[in-house]
Design a protein around this ligand. Sequence first.
Ligand code: DGL
Length: 258
Amino acid sequence: MERRSTSVVVFDSGIGGLNLLCACAARVPDAHYYYIADTENVPYGNRPHEEIMRLTLSALDGIEELEPAALVVACNTVTANCIDELRHMYSFPVVGIQPAVKQAARCGGRCLVLATKSTIASPSFINLVNRFAPADTTAVGCEQLAAYVEQNVLSLPEELPDGLLPDVRADSVVLGCTHYAFVKRQIESKYNCPVFDGTEGTAAHFLEIMGIADHSYAKNGDFRPPTEKELKITYKCQNSVKYAQIVKYLFSIHGRGS
Ligand code: DGL
């Protein structure tokens, strides 16, 4: 049966959400994705709650007109600060991303959560850690890392400059900011332990949400990258050429961008 093209809005302060965008597009390849990034104000992570709320509402202004089937908040900082308000505001489902502390709990030992300052200070993060994180968990706000990744994504070194990551020992690391997925390899080699991020879990949740409205989406497993003809992404940000280039690269290395 012919399906009307569904629109989906994916939002992050910058490039961080592109991994999740690809993971969503691999699961629901025939949707029209609108990727919104607040390229003028990225990074959000060192800002106070009220400012993050104001910037988010301004970046998302007018999305109702796109009649999205869902809004995917591909930003831990915005999820931590704004998800309840966004869910109240919109009649469509709002999917958020949170640090994957539950997955790290399986490793035992010392868990290190890397996230933005604002995420770590938020009540929702504190609640998440209290409920699901291993007993020995340390959360560190990496104040410079998201900006560094945003600026250097096309030429990232094998080893990150000193001072971006804390010098501590860890048995598992959780990436609590979507920007950090771009330096997952560097983080793995620094801490030499399993590194978790919430991309796959959030994309699985997105598929579930889409499946509720349209059962033809509700099949798990069997993902493939969308064909070039199928893939429809409108970038609402500056630097859209760079963003499109990153998405192409993510599909080329992982097949499904995560
Ligand atoms: N990518 C975002 C996150 O997941 C925020 C990075 C920033 O703007 O500071 O937290």
